[in-house]
Design a protein around this ligand. Structure first.
Ligand code: HPA
Length: 235
């Protein structure tokens, strides 16, 4: 396959080496318009907006992933494999399943467990452990320390279900897993398979333990902005 790909209508060189990847296409637009100098729209297939611009003089891109492992699996694969992207930093939201993490806190995902089947494609004789790029992880930890926010580094669950009717997400807390989102494991698998770097940073948008803390999207914007600044620093 070559470019353009089935899901990205951009030219070679349109993307920077590092791509920030929120789930929401409107957040991608917000990041480009708020933080980039001279943002250029480089993809809009299916409304999945991708922009490239500069931040503090460095070329950087942002493109949405959509929701779920199949979606981020497609976009991260095409960027890594066909657009020579080296680093993808997912900046998402997650639900906290531990008492130490409240709404607006940050989780840096060192590893991503999953109840999904993405890694079965590799036909490995065991269980693959999807982990973050250590280089990006180290930089993210340093930048987050400087940002003065409450954060933890550890395992998360990339779940294939948002509406967890059986309440099984909490079982993962017994293994020290900190929060639940829906994309990181597939990103980490693609990065591993293609020799690239993936990292997922999440703002806690809801808490399984403190549902009274859950706020509206607008109220959470400020903590999302902090996470975006952290990701831009390491880009
Ligand atoms: N579950 C799965 N994904 C999420 C959640 C959640 O509670 N919150 C934000 N993303």
């Amino acid at each position: 396959m070559s470019i353009p790909t089935p899901h990205i209508n951009a030219k070679q060189g349109d993307f920077a080496r590092t791509v920030l990847m929120p789930g929401d296409p409107l957040r991608s637009k917000f990041i480009a318009e708020t933080f980039f100098e001279d943002p250029v729209l480089v993809n809009n297939v299916r409304g999945v907006q991708g922009y490239t611009g500069t931040y503090k003089g460095k070329k950087v891109s942002v493109m949405a992933s959509g929701m779920g492992q199949p979606a981020i699996g497609i976009y991260s694969y095409e960027l890594f494999k066909f657009y020579d992207v080296e680093n993808i930093i997912r900046i998402g939201s997650c639900g906290s399943i531990v008492p130490e993490l409240h709404v607006r806190d940050i989780i840096i995902a060192q590893g991503a467990c999953t109840n999904g089947n993405f890694a079965s494609q590799y036909k490995l004789p065991g269980t693959f452990c999807p982990i973050a790029s250590f280089d990006l992880l180290e930089k993210a930890v340093a930048a987050t320390r400087n940002a003065g926010v409450n954060f933890k580094v550890g395992n998360i669950l990339s779940s294939d279900v948002f509406y967890d009717d059986a309440g099984s997400a909490m079982d993962w807390a017994k293994m020290g897993v900190l929060g639940v989102e829906m994309e990181a494991a597939a990103l980490y698998c693609n990065a591993a398979r293609l020799g690239k770097n993936g990292l997922c940073i999440c703002t806690v948008s809801d808490s399984f333990l403190y549902p009274e803390e859950n706020t509206t999207a607008e109220e959470r914007q400020e903590s999302f902005t902090k996470m975006m600044e952290i990701a831009l620093e390491i880009a």
